[in-house]
Write a protein that binds this ligand. Structure first.
Ligand SMILES: Nc1nc2c(ncn2[C@@H]2O[C@H](COP(=O)(O)OP(=O)(O)OP(=O)(O)O)[C@@H](O)[C@H]2O)c(=O)[nH]1
Ligand SMILES: [Mg+2]
Length: 453
């Protein structure tokens, strides 16, 4: 069972493997202080030390051989990351020293931690809820200002608070319905059908807001894949090079220059864009170029956004537009015209005009990319945003149950049916923050963490 697992003391390296100035080894569980006291010699015993103190001393092997001098931070339960007694040992950053020390600790009735086990314990001990635990991984993996902001928002509990308040409302409503059922003989009414209906509709509205924030949250967290496509020679590779400020892709006046897909990353206003420069789309007998065209279409299918490039010389490519619309949602396509340094474009046909040569219009292109990626809805820094597919699915599930409840009300079915649906919706929401959970859900979440977190 969960409790007995928590009685075990665990150890893992918390910093990356490899040489560094220092490495940090983490130990957590009821035996942490005793186990380390056995191998550590400092001014005082850790078991007698106060929480949140740092101790200098030496670590010895079982046969009293000096291994390293270290600094040890101690955290007493419940005031630690895991909620348990914990120790963090800062050693010299040698993989050999780390391996030796971990081996010595393992000989003290301590076992190696599973991936994510420290955070899993933090969750099981009520230090953080499940959505926050998942946010810990997102914070670690964040690589842009936007992804960090989104993860922080979730770690700070904004999503959890929102979800929990919706759960409370559901529990409150279903309890009243159930109470009424209990007193059905006496014909008491605690809550009218109209009132129940009104409450459910309000909750659905709030769920819809969260559900619709997913595309925004995902963009912040995962970034946006943008396929650069168009006819040969319109300047796709030139744009890529301009944005990267280097001659990354070969550019030439010969149509069909790019064959392989070139992927590069670009951060615009804190949001990560992955650009895929592709082969110009045209009919060709050349086998290699043919393969390139095939791959370009693949890139269009996989992209979140398509930057459909044209140039002022050939104008808007109606044929390609029709083809692109057949393989992806036209909403995702941004119509761009390049080479405006040569001639004025026919503005009404395009979203943005640019010159990959002079840089004219590039700022407008950035704005257009951002708007297409994030949508026009804005979310304040304090509003809960969903960025995790598990949460998204649970919210959809909750909404489905509430929709069923509404139709039960419309059919004037007994309160029992309505209350079951509300309970199901409530437990779907409970899954997000871990009020309702299973070993499988937890394993699935924490196995994706690294060891030591
Ligand atoms: N004047 C002008 N020339 C440009 C501009 N952008 C690209 N060119 C020129 O257009 C030609 C084609 O550019 P590329 O970037 O290779 O075009 P591409 O779309 O990648 O072509 P393929 O890889 O063959 O599909 C080159 O000679 C570029 O110098 C621009 O904004 N203004
Ligand atoms: Mg090219």
């Amino acid at each position: 069972m969960l409790l007995s697992q928590n009685e075990e003391t665990i150890v893992a390296l918390a910093t990356p493997g490899g040489i560094g100035a220092i490495s940090v080894i983490r130990v957590s569980g009821p035996e942490s202080f005793r186990a380390i006291d056995n191998i550590f010699s400092g001014k005082q015993k850790l078991v007698n030390s106060t929480t949140h103190t740092i101790h200098y001393g030496k670590i010895y092997s079982v046969d009293k051989e000096l291994v390293d001098d270290v600094l040890i931070s101690i955290f007493r339960s419940p005031n630690s990351y895991t909620g348990e007694d914990s120790v963090e040992i800062s050693t010299h950053g040698s993989p050999y020293i780390v391996q030796r020390i971990i081996e010595i600790i393992l000989s003290q009735n301590v076992r190696l931690a599973d991936p994510g086990e420290f955070t899993r314990r933090a969750f099981l001990n009520g230090r953080i809820d499940l959505a926050q635990a998942e946010a810990v991984a997102d914070v670690i993996n964040s690589n842009t200002e936007a992804s960090l902001r989104g993860a922080r928002n979730q770690l700070d509990g904004l999503l959890s608070q929102k979800v929990d308040s919706l759960r409370e409302k559901l529990i409150n409503t279903s309890s009243l319905i159930e109470l009424e059922l209990d007193f059905s003989e006496e014909d008491l009414e605690f809550l009218s059908y109209e009132e129940v209906e009104k409450r459910i509709k309000e909750i659905i509205q709030e769920l819809d807001f969260l559900i619709s924030s997913y595309s925004f949250g995902r963009v912040l967290k995962d970034g946006v894949n943008v396929a650069l496509v168009g006819e040969p020679n319109v300047g796709k590779s030139s744009l890529l090079n301009y944005l990267l400020k280097e001659a990354r892709a070969i550019v030439s006046e010969i149509p069909g220059t790019t064959r392989d897909i070139i992927r590069e990353e670009l951060v615009i206003d804190g949001i990560l864009f992955r650009l895929y420069d592709t082969a110009g789309l045209r009919f060709t007998e050349d086998l290699i170029e043919k393969e390139g065209v095939f791959r370009s279409k693949e890139a269009v299918r996989n992209a979140d956004l398509v930057l459909f490039m044209n140039d002022v010389i050939s104008g808007f490519s109606e044929n390609l537009w029709i083809e692109l619309k057949s393989i992806t949602d036209p909403e995702r396509i941004l119509k761009v015209v390049n080479k405006i340094d040569l001639r004025n474009p026919q503005k009404d046909l395009f979203d943005v005009g640019i010159s990959a040569k002079t840089g004219e219009g590039i700022e407008l292109l950035f704005q257009a990319l951002k708007t297409k990626a994030l949508g026009t809805k804005t979310y304040s820094e304090k509003s809960a945003v969903v960025s995790n597919i598990r949460h998204f699915n649970a919210l959809e599930n909750a909404k489905e149950n509430l929709t069923t409840a509404l139709s039960s009300i419309n059919q004037k079915l007994s309160g029992e049916f309505v209350s079951v649906d509300l309970r199901n919706a409530e437990s779907a929401l409970g899954e997000i923050i871990g009020k309702v959970t299973s070993e499988d859900i937890l394993n699935n979440i924490f196995s994706k963490f690294c060891i030591g977190k």
